[in-house]
Design a protein around this ligand. Structure first.
Ligand code: NZQ
Ligand code: ZN
Length: 386
């Protein structure tokens, strides 16, 4: 029997070709907007022009230069600018990093308490208000367009932490698959790996007869497996890109996670790998998940068998199916060009020890059974080195 739950997701999704033109219908006419973006991809692929054209007549201040795995230090510059310019609406145009960075800014702009890292990212203070956000998504991966989470890095301390608050749900997100045609193959692969792993974090736990959540999760996994080669090799194929974009959104908008246990240890270990080595988020997950599945194959056994049967259409003994579940996951990441061995990323014993120390110092205990502590994380990383 699955657990009680409350589901709430107010994000308006505007999906499809030429939808950026709908911006004015969704932003108050007298808004003072800050347009936030990344390192310049939107200036090259025509998205910036489309946004500016749609918002002619609006009062807009630009804040570009938000990097991948956005830094608190960079974002605070945007916060200062928004406060000075008395901005009252944030429009994030870009990938997960731009959306996440903008969510942090939305919480920080009205804050009067200072120390935004500790108060907002580390959650030491409760905030009751946030500047409203809208988004134009250009990279299918994180689900940030339809959830209230953000992941923020700190250059000074070398940390990367997740944060979240229902105040940070975007008011709307525009998803035009054509804006993703300009993505480099590596970023498409990262996005597929991220969405795939988001599903696994909410699915690969223990069974409790949550049929809708399970079959919905399996359908997202199967769709990602099916569309991956086509969308990687034919970037302008609208159908497969549209399917990827919607798959990534529903993988982390809350639907498949209601009432079921969730893991998220792969993400927590992955965030440390990005913080310590600068590895792309999607790639860190491929280094961790298969090895975590092996490490937890006793407690996850039932779901691993179900996954092997229903997602990969395999038959065999329980032992064979458990092994196949791990191998198929490795093969999938590798098939989209993402190596699953730590050695490929120069992750060695120093990193294993540092992750172990960080988790132990913070008394971390992740996973659906709250048993992924420093020791367990080290064991998982060690098996990815072997
Ligand atoms: O910065 P620009 O120039 O825009 O270039 C970006 C960046 O270099 C580029 N890009 C984006 N759209 C493009 C494009 N290039 C060409 N054409 C386009 N249409 O892609 C690069 C990567 O962008 P980024 O936003 O960093 O990637 P992604 O969407 O994968 O976001 C990763 C961040 O999201 C966090 C990750 O930890 C990481 O910091 N996550 C956020 C989550 C959430 N909010 O719920 C959950 C995830 O698990 C994840 O942790
Ligand atoms: Zn992720």
């Amino acid at each position: 029997m699955f657990n009680n739950f409350t589901f709430y997701n107010p994000v308006k999704i505007i999906f499809g070709k030429n939808t950026i033109a709908q911006l004015p219908k969704n932003i108050p006419a007298n808004a003072r907007i800050m347009l936030t973006y990344g390192g310049g991809s939107i200036l090259k692929n025509g998205v910036y022009e489309q946004v500016k054209e749609a918002l002619k007549g609006y009062d807009i201040v630009d804040f570009g230069g938000i990097e991948a795995n956005p830094y608190y230090e960079t974002l605070m510059k945007g916060v200062e600018l928004a406060r000075e310019a008395k901005v009252d609406f944030l429009l994030a145009v870009g990938g997960g990093s731009v959306l996440d960075g903008t969510k942090f800014m939305a919480a920080a702009i009205p804050s009067t308490e200072g120390d935004e890292w500790n108060n907002i990212v580390c959650g030491k203070a409760k905030y009751k208000t946030a500047t409203p956000i809208g988004a134009v998504l250009t990279l299918p991966a994180t689900g940030s367009e339809m959830n209230y989470y953000a992941v923020i890095s700190n250059k000074g301390s070398g940390e990367k932490f997740g944060m979240g608050n229902p105040l940070l749900f975007p008011k709307f997100s525009i998803l035009d698959p054509e804006t993703t045609f300009s993505l480099p193959k590596r970023q498409v692969a990262n996005g597929i790996a991220d969405a795939f792993t988001h599903v696994m974090e909410q699915y690969m736990t223990y069974a409790l007869n949550a049929e809708i959540q399970d079959r919905f999760a399996e359908s997202i996994l199967k769709s990602l497996i099916e569309i991956a080669p086509k969308t990687l090799n034919e970037p302008t194929d609208y159908e497969s890109r549209a399917n990827l974009m919607w798959a990534a959104t529903v993988a982390l908008n809350g639907w498949i996670g209601v009432g079921v246990p969730q893991d998220w240890a792969t993400h927590q270990i992955g965030h440390e790998l990005t913080a310590l080595h600068g590895i792309d988020h999607g790639r860190t997950l491929a280094v961790v998940l298969p090895h975590l599945m092996r490490y937890k194959s006793d407690s996850k056994k039932e779901k691993m068998i179900q996954y092997a049967k229903r997602v990969w259409d395999l038959n065999g003994t329980d032992e064979e199916l458990v092994e196949a579940a791990i191998q198929k996951t490795i093969d999938f990441y590798e098939s989209i060009g993402i190596p699953t061995k730590a050695s490929h990323y120069d992750i060695g014993m120093e990193t294993v020890n540092e992750v172990k120390k960080r988790f132990t110092d913070r008394k971390s205990s992740f996973g659906e059974n709250a048993d992924i502590d420093g020791e367990a994380a080290a064991a998982i990383l060690l098996s990815s080195i072997a």
